[in-house]
Design a protein around this ligand. Structure first.
Ligand SMILES: Cc1cc2nc3c(=O)[nH]c(=O)nc-3n(C[C@H](O)[C@H](O)[C@H](O)COP(=O)(O)OP(=O)(O)OC[C@H]3O[C@@H](n4cnc5c(N)ncnc54)[C@H](O)[C@@H]3O)c2cc1C
Length: 636
C-alpha cells in the first residue's frame, strides 16, 4: 500500500497490524485508517512518552503562558464578543426557536469571527490557537449552539484544512471570503458511515477529460451544512490498483454553495445545541473542478485526521467554558440554598461534589491551555495531547453538568423559562446538560479516541516489534527479532531502575513534587504493563479494547496530573500567598492516583471475558426475557 512521505512523494506503506485473521471489512477499515494516520514522529510528544516510560517534564514546565501582547488581543476580543452577546442574544430563545438570529451572525462577520484563525495576509484576524479557543470557550459558556456555529466552521470546516494543505491559489481564492462572512462545513459522515469511513459510499468520478469530478451521495449530520457557503466534502475516488489489489481512495473536495445538484434534504433536530444548522445533504451529479481537491487524490482522510489533530482542541475549550458556568451556578446555589439548617454546600455529600468539580475544572483548564499553547509554539507533536484533552474534558464536563444538576435539585431539571415564569432566576442547567452531551460523540467518540490513542501510544513498540507478529518471510522475521532484542534489552531494565526511585521535583514544593514523582514512576509501570500485554496477547492485543482503554486512561490521568501540577506551579509562583492552586492540584492528583490504582488493578482482575460473553448472548436475543413488561418504542 502507498502512503505520503514528507516531501509529498508516494512511499511504500506497509501496515504494521496483522490483518490476516480479520474479516475483509475490518481489514479494509484498518488499512484505510492506517494509511491515513500521520506515521512519523518528527517532534517530541510529552504524553506519547508516558506510554514508553519516557517522562519529559521539560516539555511542559514552565507551563506555557500567553505573551502579554497576545493576551491583550484575546482580552479585547473576548470583552467585545461578551458585551455584544449579552445585549443581543438570549440563549434560551435560541434554544427554543432553533435559530441564532441573522443579525448576530452578521455581527460576527463585522467582528471577523468567521476568520479568527485566518492569517492576516488573507484578511483574517490571525489569532493564535489560545485566543481562538478563549473566544469559543467564552461563547460556549453562554450559548452552546452559537459556539458550535463558530467552531464547526473553523476547527473542522474549510479554513483549517486550507490553511494547512491548500495550494497558494486555493488560499488566495477562498481564505479572504471567510473575512467577508462565508461560512463553512465539513462533510464526512454518511447514513451508513460514522466512525469507520472506509465504507464511504459517496463517490467522485472524474470526467473523461479529467478536469472535473462528479459527486454523488449523501452526507449526514453536516454541521453548518444547510447554511454553508463552502464545504469540504469527502468522497470516494476511483481505487488505485496495486499488485492486483484495489486500494480505497478517499479524497477531499471544496464544494461551493449553489453548485447544481446539492440539496439539504432534512434539517436535523437534536436533544441539545438545537440552533445549529445541521443537515442531511444530497449530492446528485455535482460537478466540481479538479483543482478543488485539497492535498491530493486519496489524501482525504489524512487531511481530516491532521485537521482534527489541532482542530479537536476547541472542543475541550468549550467544555472548560461550560465547566466554569457550572462552578458559578453551584457556588451561588450551594451558599444560597439552606436545607436541614445548613447551606447545602456544607453538607458533606454536596461538599464532596464541589471539591470534585473545582479540582477537575482546574485540570481541564491545564490540559486544554497547555495543549493549545503547545500548538501555537510548535516543536511538539500534540496529536496525543489533543485527543487526550478532548476525551478527558468531554467526559469530565458531562460529570460536572450532572453534579450541577444534582446540586440544583428539582431546579436543575426545570427549564430556565419555567423558573423565570414563576419568579426565580433563569438558571439554564437543563439546557446546558442537553448541549453538553454531544461532546462525547462528535470529533471522535470516546471509544474511538481510546482506539486512536491506543494506536498512537503503541506506535513506538510497533515500530520495533510489529514485524515479529506479521506474516513476513523468515529472513525479515529474524532481522526484526534481532532489532527487537537489541532495543528491549536496553529499554526494559530502565523501566525498573531509573530516576523515579529517588525523590525529585523539589521545585514543585512538598505537595506537588510527590505527584510529579508519582507520574514519572507510574509512566514506567505503564510502559512495563503495555510491554507485558504485548508479550501475552501479541497480535490479538488489537482486539482487547477494554484492556487498551485502561492503558489509555492511565496515560490520560498522568497527563492531566502533570499538566495541573505545572499550571499550579506557575500560578503559585505568581501569587505565592495564595494556597489554592496547590490545594486544588493536589486534590485532583490524589483522586487521580486512586483512579490510576483502580485501572492497574483492573488489568489483571477483571471480568472482560464474561462481559464479552454476556454481550454476545444479549445480542443473540438470549436475554429477551429481560425486556418483558414494556411498551416497545418499536417492534423488532
Ligand atoms: C450534532 C452532531 C454534529 C455532527 N457534526 C458533524 C459534521 O459537521 N461533519 C461530519 O462529518 N459529521 C458530523 N457528525 C457526525 C459525528 O461525527 C458522528 O456521529 C460520530 O463520528 C460517530 O459516528 P456514528 O454516530 O455514526 O456512530 P457509530 O460509528 O455508528 O458508532 C456507534 C457507537 O459504536 C461505537 N463504536 C463504533 N466503532 C467502534 C469500534 N471500532 N470500537 C469500539 N466502539 C466503536 C462508537 O463509539 C459509538 O458509541 C455530527 C453528529 C452530530 C450528532
Amino acid at each position: 500500500m502507498s502512503a505520503e512521505t514528507k516531501d509529498g512523494k508516494e512511499a511504500e506503506f506497509e501496515i504494521k497490524i496483522d490483518t490476516s485473521k480479520m474479516s475483509k471489512e475490518k481489514a479494509e477499515a484498518m488499512m484505510v485508517a492506517e494509511s491515513s494516520r500521520e506515521d512519523k514522529w518528527e517532534s517530541p510528544s510529552f504524553a506519547g512518552g508516558l506510554f514508553m516510560g519516557k517522562f519529559q517534564p521539560e516539555l511542559i514546565v514552565p507551563f506555557p503562558e500567553q505573551t502579554p501582547e497576545d493576551k491583550i488581543i484575546g482580552d479585547k476580543l473576548c470583552k467585545e464578543v461578551a458585551e455584544y452577546l449579552r445585549a443581543n442574544l438570549d440563549p434560551d430563545e435560541v434554544d427554543r426557536t432553533r435559530e441564532v438570529p441573522k443579525k448576530v451572525l452578521d455581527q460576527f462577520t463585522k467582528m471577523g469571527l468567521w476568520a479568527m484563525k485566518i492569517p492576516k495576509e488573507y484578511g483574517g484576524l490571525g489569532l493564535t490557537q489560545v485566543n481562538y479557543n478563549r473566544v469559543v470557550s467564552m461563547v460556549a459558556s453562554y450559548c452552546g449552539s452559537t459556539a458550535v456555529w463558530l467552531s464547526a466552521h473553523q476547527s473542522i470546516g474549510v479554513p483549517q484544512p486550507l490553511k494547512l494543505f491548500g495550494t497558494p491559489e486555493q488560499k488566495k481564492k477562498y481564505l479572504p471570503r471567510f473575512r467577508e462572512g462565508a461560512i463553512s462545513a465539513f462533510a464526512l459522515t454518511e447514513p451508513n458511515v460514522g466512525s469507520d469511513p472506509a465504507k464511504m459510499s459517496t463517490t467522485a468520478t472524474p470526467t473523461p477529460d479529467g478536469k472535473h469530478y462528479i459527486i454523488n451521495g449523501m452526507k449526514l449530520w453536516c454541521t453548518n451544512g444547510p447554511a454553508a457557503d463552502i464545504l469540504v466534502v469527502m468522497a470516494r475516488t476511483p481505487p488505485k490498483i496495486k499488485n492486483g489489489k484495489e486500494i480505497t481512495q478517499i479524497t477531499a473536495f471544496i464544494v461551493e454553495k449553489g453548485t447544481p445538484g446539492m440539496k439539504t434534504e432534512w434539517r436535523c433536530d437534536f436533544m441539545g445545541i438545537r440552533a445549529i444548522q445541521n443537515g442531511l445533504i444530497s449530492f446528485k451529479d455535482v460537478k466540481v473542478p479538479a483543482e478543488n481537491i485539497i492535498l491530493g487524490l486519496g489524501k482525504g482522510l489524512k487531511l481530516a485526521l491532521s485537521t482534527l489533530n489541532v482542530g479537536r482542541l476547541t472542543l475541550p475549550a468549550a467544555c472548560v467554558g461550560m465547566g466554569k458556568q457550572c462552578m458559578n451556578i453551584v457556588r451561588n446555589w450551594a451558599n444560597e440554598r439552606v436545607q436541614w439548617g445548613l447551606p447545602i454546600g456544607k453538607h458533606e455529600a454536596v461538599a464532596n461534589k464541589i471539591a470534585y468539580m473545582s479540582s477537575t475544572l482546574f485540570a481541564m483548564e491545564a490540559t486544554t491551555w497547555l495543549t493549545s499553547a503547545m500548538a501555537d509554539k510548535g516543536g511538539n507533536d500534540i496529536r496525543i495531547e489533543a485527543a487526550m484533552a478532548k476525551m478527558f474534558c468531554s467526559e469530565a464536563a458531562w460529570k460536572m453538568i450532572d453534579e450541577t444538576m444534582q446540586i440544583r435539585g428539582g431546579r436543575g431539571y426545570e427549564t430556565a423559562e419555567s423558573l423565570k415564569g414563576r419568579g426565580e432566576k433563569a438558571v439554564p442547567v437543563e439546557r446546558m446538560m442537553r448541549d453538553c452531551r454531544i461532546n462525547r460523540i462528535i470529533e471522535g467518540t470516546t471509544e474511538i479516541m481510546h482506539l486512536f490513542l491506543a494506536r498512537e501510544a503503541m506506535d513506538p513498540h510497533m515500530q520495533v516489534a510489529a514485524e515479529i507478529m506479521l506474516r513476513v518471510p523468515l529472513g525479515r522475521k529474524l532481522k526484526a527479532g534481532l532489532k527487537m532484542a537489541n532495543f528491549y534489552s536496553k529499554w526494559y531494565p530502565t523501566q525498573w531502575i531509573n530516576t523515579s526511585m529517588f525523590p525529585g521535583y523539589s521545585e514543585f514544593g512538598p505537595k506537588l513534587s510527590r505527584h510529579m514523582n508519582f507520574v514519572e514512576r507510574t509512566s514506567h509501570q505503564l510502559a512495563r504493563s503495555i510491554f507485558h500485554a504485548m508479550g501475552m496477547y501479541q497480535n490479538t492485543l488489537e482486539r482487547k479494547q477494554v484492556l487498551l482503554s485502561r492503558f489509555v486512561d492511565i496515560g490520560t490521568e498522568l497527563f492531566a496530573m502533570a499538566s495541573v501540577c505545572a499550571l499550579a506551579k506557575l500560578r503559585h509562583e505568581k501569587d505565592p500567598a495564595n494556597p489554592h492552586f496547590v490545594h486544588l492540584a493536589s486534590y485532583f492528583c490524589k483522586e487521580s492516583r486512586r483512579r490510576v490504582d483502580a485501572l492497574f488493578a483492573g488489568i489483571n482482575d477483571n471480568d472482560d471475558r464474561q462481559a464479552n460473553k454476556i454481550a454476545k448472548s444479549m445480542m443473540a436475543g438470549e436475554y429477551k426475557w429481560i425486556e418483558e413488561g414494556i411498551m416497545k418504542c418499536y417492534e423488532d
